[in-house]
Design a protein around this ligand. Structure first.
Ligand code: GLY
Length: 353
């Protein structure tokens, strides 16, 4: 992966546009870009989890300190359980005790849990401080670090307390992915394949090639797609929903097993298979699409298939707020989507038949 030149994409959100910089070695060589955004003399919270910290934390902190940035390292336990109000409160306390002011900054160094929690801390601490994302998982690099969704979980469900809060910079180093466990890498590839399926026949075809494409190129394509969608619909009132292709079924599959059998990406992959199959069944999706999508998912180790039978109960409980039905994101063909509203009764017949 090394040797790729850094690429810069801009997320053009009015009044708060920011760059996503992607390239090999940026974890350290990109820190000057980070320091350029931090006000001199202000302390910065560097938030991470124990696993990421062990591997990269010391180098990043030392690099920032060498550039004159004083840091308060806040290292949290790894895992989704950390994304709660208790740990958020601990982060606020540590930031306050360290003397971080309204002019300070929060840097998230980690995957989606660290990014989501740190982003919400940045959005709310002293009514908002600057925020920078340095994502270290593929899922975070292509999805959660871009677009400003921040949140914590509460007992009633995941991501139920949060804010839209855009970062000032996203710094992506694909080299860090070499240390990801294979399952976690594959989970990120589910989101990568999703981008190809919903918006880019060329990305989809690139992933189908026998030669392994450059991760910088792949991440760039995904971030460009997400950036366009987010710029058009920052607050998730319409078009941004297409990013949820496979997610309605994926969330239901996660619920079916009480979040224990699959990780999010694996469940979304199984959900995309169901969405493509349903699309073909009702004549919305070009015949053969589900088979091609299935082959690509297999190729990246996302081989799980789930029966659609009985999934409706979990969809209903996941979509409690929506009276009577659900908007499904379906494929027209690879690279193009269509949104279709289905009443729960109709969907139940489609799934169970
Ligand atoms: N992860 C989907 C979104 O950012 O809207």
């Amino acid at each position: 992966m090394s040797g790729d030149a850094a690429k810069i994409l801009n997320v053009p959100i009015a009044g708060k546009s920011y760059d996503i910089v992607i390239g090999s070695g940026l974890l350290l060589s990109g820190l000057e870009r980070v320091s350029a955004l931090i006000r001199k003399g202000e302390k910065t919270a560097l938030i991470s989890d124990e696993n990421v910290w062990q591997r990269y934390g010391y180098a990043v902190e030392t690099g920032l300190n060498a550039l004159g940035i004083a840091t308060e390292a806040i290292v949290l336990p790894p895992g989704e359980k950390t994304k709660d109000i208790g740990h958020l409160s601990l982060v606020y306390d540590r930031m306050a005790a360290a003397g971080i002011t309204r002019k300070g900054c929060v840097i998230a160094l980690g995957g989606g849990v660290v990014g989501d929690l740190s982003g919400f801390a940045a959005a709310t601490y002293m009514r908002g401080v600057d925020f920078i994302q340095i994502p270290t998982t593929l899922l975070a690099q292509v999805d959660s670090s871009v677009g400003g969704k921040t949140a914590v979980d509460i007992a009633a469900g995941k991501n139920l307390v949060g804010a839209f809060y855009q970062p000032r910079l996203v710094l992506i180093d694909p080299d860090v992915l070499t240390s990801l466990p294979p399952r976690e890498f594959a989970a990120g590839m589910a989101e990568v394949i999703k981008y190809g399926a919903i918006a880019s026949p060329s990305l989809f075809a690139l992933l189908e090639q026998t030669t392994v494409p450059s991760m910088t190129e792949i991440i760039c394509s995904c971030c460009a797609i997400k950036s366009d969608i987010v710029a058009e619909d920052e607050f998730d009132n319409g078009h941004r929903a297409i990013l949820n292709f496979g997610h309605t079924f994926g969330h239901a599959i996660e619920k079916r097993y009480g979040f224990s059998k699959y990780n999010h990406g694996e469940a979304v992959a199984a959900g995309m298979r169901i969405a493509a199959h349903i699309g073909e069944k009702i004549g919305m999706t070009a015949p053969g699409t589900a088979a091609r999508l299935g082959s690509l998912l297999d190729r990246y180790g996302l081989t799980a298939t789930e029966s659609p039978v009985g999934l409706i109960e979990h969809i209903k409980s996941d979509k409690k707020g929506e009276a009577g039905g659900v908007n499904l994101v379906l494929l027209k063909a690879l690279g193009a989507v269509v949104c279709v509203y289905k009443r729960f009764e109709e969907l139940e017949v489609l799934l169970d038949d």
